[in-house]
Design a protein around this ligand. Structure first.
Ligand code: MOS
Length: 733
């Protein structure tokens, strides 16, 4: 099935957050700090205020304080839950470079932008720290782990501590990933509209309409129903719209001050500094194995950067705890707080970082053992979760290995690096495994059968690009026995039925069953209506009633027939809202999606240029609802993995604490020419426990494991092991 919103998107009819034309619209432009740490001693806004069209210049000196505003950095250990960790314009403190210090509001964007350049600030500078390497010694255990030893961020131990050190065959390697920035095509944007002094409507780029509503209702001391968040179309996000950011607060404050709707869209440059990123992370792996290829111990340590005002924690070490058999396993996760903006989850958060280290180390150990890396993984395959000692809800990773190996041509791979070449190009093969929890939360969905025989479904969930709207339409069509054209699924509005934030590969798992159950409830309702109004159905057994296109029929009675439209008219409405919750099987089974990525690379012997010539991504993600949108997900994630492996690198000049990569000319992401035709394989076996649909989720496993597959292929091609991403040519020549 094609995407239900494909036509709107390609014709430009789809409206994004900065495209809502409201009467009397004003425009906000942020002014950022030019120092990295210190205090604002004065801020001159007079010239800007006198510039043409300027309606207001708002700073910490004149900003109205929302009643629910909490001081920034009051409790850095409670990140994410407060949504907006940095409260703009509430104090004179500078915590990172380009921190918003003012918003200029004018009657056109050009005038606001011009006037923003006229704001002049004076600072009392303090010495800043933006370098992770220099601050590793100050890394600390996250507060949540200190408080709760069962926290996933706490130190983990099974068997002996650091047992690899005494192993006969061992390796010890350090890995680094740089800061990477999400950079979705659509810039972060919001249109804030106070419809009344106590009623706020936000057209916002967010992954969670309800979370954003909650954040700003709390901030402004309003009942949640007084705040409405609309995010019908979101032009990609990859995690950077998972919590609320300073520019959203700034636009809402600005709209309050000028008493007009205010649109605020970040520049590409501002996308580097104030809406999160995948954190620069150092890792070390120690691993030991027996000569016949059984892992005896792994120690995996990690230090990720965070900001001074928020402890950002991610599951960097999660995959290591459960992917392979290892009787001895130690993990230590630490944070280093720097004078930077807060990180945020970025596609395959944590796990993608951790998998680069773990899957590189697996390749290094296989090389030491002189074993094929796939064979080495098979010798350490786990048939049950070694971390929680529970069975998997389902696991078809071996099937993925076989399918991928065959498709990439793994049999051509040589154990000895540098053995294959084509003229001046070395050829190599590598693999990398990924996993991510098959999370399912609670969700509602509403369904209504309309008198014309069509069904209207509504959910507050967003569709940031994966095709949620399409998958939900398909689930409804399958459940109701109706053609997809007769179903309208509306999403992206906080007034619709409660749904979680889109993220963590959990949406089909979570909202899918709600849609399915709402449609089943609708069918029950139709059966009841038929039973009361049509004598043929009165004594019919439930299983004998069939739902065909627009009418109910009865098996064994060819004349019995009740049309949906008649039933709806008689009943005067057929709306249902259901809530769907996880069954609790998650306590008995470990639920994960799995992926493996196989790369073939060509590396030029003189220039060190790396071309990914083949990429095969295989997934065990349970039932696949829609091969097309699911395949798009896998391909997009794989392209992100190419970027992670070969290009993406946000660079700060530590002398100034300022990014020198400021746009997409300096910060490279893969373009079409950098990406081969990516082949996707799904096992497509239902998981019996996550939900009745059998799904497990795709979003994250599409990226997790891609970067190490490419790094391992580069090693196989050249014999050079690059442990610091990205693998740029200078590291290979
Ligand atoms: Mo994703 S990092 O769950 O948006």
């Amino acid at each position: 099935m094609n995407r239900v919103d494909g036509r709107q998107k390609v014709t430009g009819a789809a409206k994004y957050a900065a495209e809502y034309e409201l009467p009397n619209l004003a425009y906000g432009v942020l002014v950022g700090s030019t120092i990295t740490k210190g205090r604002l001693t004065s801020i001159d806004t007079k010239t800007a205020e006198r510039a043409p069209g300027v309606l207001a210049v708002i700073t910490h000196l004149n900003a109205p304080k929302a009643p629910g505003t909490k001081p920034t950095g009051k409790d850095p250990s409670q990140p994410q839950t407060v949504g907006n960790a940095l409260q703009v314009f509430m104090d004179d403190k500078i915590r990172f470079n380009d921190q918003p210090i003012a918003v200029v509001v004018a009657n056109t964007l050009e005038r606001a932008r011009f006037a923003a350049r006229l704001v002049k600030a004076q600072y009392a500078k303090e010495k800043h720290q933006t370098n992770l390497e220099a601050n590793k010694a100050n890394a600390f255990l996250p507060t949540q782990a200190k408080k709760n030893p069962k926290s996933p961020a706490a130190d983990y131990q099974r068997g002996q501590v650091d047992a690899y050190k005494t192993g006969a065959l061992k390796l010890e390697s350090e890995y680094v990933i740089p800061t990477e920035v999400h950079h979705p095509m659509e810039l972060q944007a919001i249109t804030a509209h106070w419809e009344a002094p106590d009623r706020l409507t936000l057209y916002d780029k967010t992954q969670g309409t309800m979370a954003t509503r909650r954040d700003f209702a709390r901030q402004w001391g309003l009942p949640e129903e007084n705040v409405k968040v609309i995010a019908t179309y979101v032009g990609g996000a990859f995690g950077n719209a998972l919590h609320s950011w300073p520019h959203e607060s700034a636009a809402i404050i600005a709209a309050k001050v000028v008493n007009r709707p205010v649109r605020l869209m970040l520049t590409r440059e501002q996308m580097f500094t104030m809406v999160g990123y995948r954190p620069h992370t150092w890792q070390k792996i120690g691993m030991s194995a027996t000569p016949d290829g059984k892992i005896t111990a792994i120690t995996h340590e990690s230090i990720g950067q965070t900001s001074t005002y928020e402890e950002f924690v991610e599951a960097t070490l999660g995959q290591t705890k459960m992917m392979y058999q290892s009787p001895n396993l130690t993990t230590r996760y630490r944070l280093a707080a720097l004078d930077v903006g807060s990180p945020i989850w970025m596609r395959g958060p944590g796990e993608a970082t951790g998998a680069f280290a773990l899957e590189s180390a697996m390749d290094e150990m296989a090389f030491l053992l002189n074993i094929d890396p796939m064979e080495f993984r098979l010798r350490n395959y786990t048939d049950q979760d070694p971390e929680k000692n529970r069975p998997w809800s389902s696991k078809f990773l071996k099937e993925c290995y076989q399918a991928g190996a065959q498709r990439v041509g793994w049999n051509k791979r040589q154990l000895k690096p540098g053995a294959l070449r084509d003229g001046e190009w070395f050829i190599g093969y590598g693999m990398g495994v990924g996993t991510f929890g098959a999370h399912r939360g609670s969700s509602k969905a509403s369904a209504q059968l309309l008198p014309n025989g069509t069904v209207l479904l509504q959910s507050a969930v967003t569709d940031i690009g994966p095709g949620t709207g399409t998958a939900m339409t398909q689930i409804a069509a399958d459940t109701l026995g109706l053609a997809p054209e007769k179903i309208r699924f509306e999403w992206g509005n906080s007034d619709f039925a409660q749904a979680p934030t889109q993220g963590g590969s959990a949406i089909v798992n979570t909202v899918g069953p709600a849609v399915q159950e709402a449609c089943m409830a609708l069918k029950d309702k139709l059966r009841e209506l038929a039973a009361t109004s049509n004598s043929a159905f009165t004594s019919a057994k439930k299983e004998d009633v069939a739902f065909a296109d627009n009418y109910l029929t009865l098996s064994g009675n060819s004349t019995a027939r009740a049309t949906y439209a008649d039933l709806v008219r008689q009943a005067g409405g057929t709306a249902v809202t259901v809530e769907s919750k996880p069954s609790g099987e998650g306590q008995k089974y470990s639920m994960y999606s799995f992926s493996v990525h196989f790369a073939e690379v060509r590396v030029h012997e003189l220039t060190g240029e790396v071309r990914v010539s083949k990429l095969v991504s295989c997934a065990d993600a349970g039932t696949i609802i829609n091969e097309k949108t699911a395949g798009n997900q896998m391909k997009g994630g794989a392209v992100g993995g190419i970027g992670m492996a070969l290009m993406e690198h946000a660079i700060i000049d530590d002398r100034f604490g300022r990014y020198v990569t400021k746009d997409l000319a300096d910060y490279h992401v893969p373009v079409q020419a950098d990406s081969p035709a990516i082949e996707v394989f799904f096992v497509n076996q239902p998981d019996p426990y996550v939900n009745k649909l059998g799904t497990k989720g795709i979003g994250e496993i599409a990226t997790i494991g891609v970067a190490p597959a490419i790094a391992n292929a580069v090693f196989n091609a050249t014999g050079k092991r690059v442990r610091e991403l990205p693998i740029t040519p200078d590291k290979l020549v």
